[in-house]
Design a protein around this ligand. Structure first.
Ligand SMILES: NC(=O)c1ccc[n+]([C@@H]2O[C@H](COP(=O)([O-])OP(=O)(O)OC[C@H]3O[C@@H](n4cnc5c(N)ncnc54)[C@H](O)[C@@H]3O)[C@@H](O)[C@H]2O)c1
Length: 387
């Protein structure tokens, strides 16, 4: 981490008010390293709830806004020494684009949750705006922040698996196995509404994480895909279950599964990568372990915090091995990368590439394309053979 400027960064949040899920996770993750403080916000869709949520977090009255437009206008009117360094966008998906675009156009650094936006046209516009403005833009594909995911990536890059042949990535959950949206569950409500979620349900919500994880770790490029999407819970329009076959440039094959109707299953994200010289297996619910299957000997379990891991994995740990770290720390690693990049730019220096390791706006845009191509493939029955 660079040591300038010699102050905490200042950030604002859009979304993440009372009863919201991921906004608090972002705040905890940012707080973990003490590098930034929340100074402003527009925390909810209703102005009253937004302000009440801001009071919960002790925001100053004049920086606790009823909507994001007022937040942006206020930031623009402030002198540089008070202004935020970045904004975190943690609203439902349909709000990402207008907020992200407006803050980037105004020259602010942005962190936005996934999926980035609804359409490739929006994603392309955002990528172009970030390029034009020269701003930092991080997308919280937080699973890439786990030390053992970074270790897996380093092993693939070092050729320890040989030529990659097969990748299987699965993200299975069970929380949408019933018609939860009909019971007033807020998180289920917008996720199953195409106007808010976008063109996809489970594929956008968690399939996008799976795509990002597999691409980040393997470096493989999807060349074509064949998707089967279903809305298996009666009354639902968007997919809650998806299975994809993948073909990668260079000849490797893959399978991607993303489902939210696996009754009782929690957050079972798993990545298996096989090459000519070995296999790796990582599971989010045991994130400190990476299982390596070399062809010439017994399988071995690599663990977080060990001195023999790659530098990127070592630097992504805060505790000695055996003291559990998990979701919040991985999330904090993505933020550490974003903040290192922002500090470097403020200092006019190049960022340390090992620390400034975070998913960028281009990764978010690729995720949007993945969702669009998956939905397009699922609409075609050309690949099905009748029994
Ligand atoms: N990275 C991850 O692991 C992860 C996990 C969960 C959710 N997410 C993503 O985070 C985002 C939020 O998901 P969630 O589960 O926290 O949703 P949520 O419904 O729990 O919270 C959304 C928050 O945004 C607020 N909001 C809505 N419209 C707004 C507006 N116009 N202005 C200001 N605030 C507004 C809501 O009032 C609420 O506070 C989604 O894009 C989702 O895909 C990512």
């Amino acid at each position: 981490m660079t040591d300038t400027p010699s102050r905490k960064l200042r950030y604002a949040m859009v979304g993440g008010g009372r009863d919201a899920f991921i906004g608090a996770v972002h705040r905890h993750a940012i707080a973990l390293d003490g590098q930034a403080e929340l100074v402003a916000g527009a925390l909810s869709s209703s102005p009253e709830k937004a302000r009440a949520s801001g009071r919960d977090l002790f925001l100053a009255d004049d920086r606790n806004h009823g909507d994001w437009q007022a937040l942006l206008a206020d930031e623009m009117a402030r002198p540089a020494h008070e202004r935020i360094d970045f904004v975190s966008i943690v609203t439902p998906n349909h709000v990402h684009f207008p907020v992200a675009q407006a803050f980037v156009e105004a020259g602010f650094h942005v962190v936005c949750d996934k999926p980035l936006v609804h359409t490739s046209a929006q994603a392309d516009a955002l990528v172009a705006a970030v390029k034009r403005q020269g701003t930092v833009f991080g997308v919280t594909y937080n699973y890439t922040g786990y030390p053992m995911v970074r270790q897996a990536r380093a092993m693939v890059q070092a050729g320890e698996l040989g030529d990659l042949r097969k990748v299987v990535v699965e993200y299975n959950q069970g929380w949408l196995a019933t018609h939860l949206e009909a019971e007033g569950n807020k998180q289920a409500g917008w996720r199953t509404d195409p106007a808010k979620s976008g063109a996809a349900g489970a594929i956008g919500d968690i399939g996008s994480h799976a795509e990002n994880l597999l691409t980040t770790v393997t470096g493989l490029e999807i060349e074509s895909l064949c998707a089967d999407l279903g809305a298996l819970v009666p009354g639902r329009t968007l997919d809650d279950d998806g299975s994809l076959l993948l073909r990668f440039a260079g000849g490797a094959r893959g399978v991607l599964v993303a489902s939210q109707i696996h009754t009782g299953v929690e957050n079972d994200l798993r990545l298996r990568i096989s090459g000519t010289r070995g296999t790796l297996d990582w599971r989010q619910e045991q994130p400190s372990e990476l299982v390596h299957f070399p062809p010439e000997g017994p399988k071995r379990i690599l663990t977080r915090g060990s001195p023999w891991l790659c530098e990127s994995a070592r630097r992504a740990s805060r505790l000695p091995s055996g003291h559990p770290e998990g979701f919040l720390e991985a999330f904090a690693n993505v933020y550490a990368g974003v903040m290192a990049d922002i500090r470097a730019r403020l200092a006019g220096q190049a960022a340390d590439p090992i620390t400034a390791d975070y998913p960028r706006v281009e990764d978010g845009a690729r995720g949007v394309r993945f969702i669009e191509r998956t939905v397009a493939s699922a609409a075609s029955t050309a690949k099905w053979t009748a029994w």
